[in-house]
Ligand binder design. Sequence first.
Ligand code: NI
Length: 186
Amino acid sequence: MRLPMRFYGDPVLREKTQPVGEVTEELLRLAADMVETMHEESGVGLAAPQIGRTESLCVVEVPADVDVDEEGNRLHPDIDMPMILINPEITAFSDDQESMEEGCLSFPGIGGQIRRPLAIALSYTTPEGGRVEHSLTGFLSRVVQHEVDHLNGVLFIDRMSPVRKVALSGRLKRMSRETEAALGLA
Ligand code: NI
């Protein structure tokens, strides 16, 4: 089932999510609905707050032809997509950083260059309930960092350069006001 998206200005996007205690049927149903919603929205990642939930849960799907190095070799051939990440935790960041254009389904039409560590060590619970660890790099590492930020109430605009944020401030204020009005908060 496709779930309704939450947009910038919705307080749930600033909430820190709660750890999942046990992997239940209901949680797996939610994860499946999030994967379907991500596909329908043509996104590469979706975090629970973006559909109004507060579980520490996000889903990621980077197409195989994007998950490649400069020579076209697959970077993470051992990782199946979509990834369902329960209680994900980034346990290490590389010193190397990279800047790249990002967008977010909760900010339609808004993008900006975001500098992030190139590689991470990621630990998470799988739908089967086991805890696994992976080293991620490149675009997949970036998407996971973006989604784990969401689980901590951190949004990509928080990581934009001050100059870009100033340039976007009018549009962001308008988006926030529209969301608040739609929610009956304004
Ligand atoms: Ni996002």
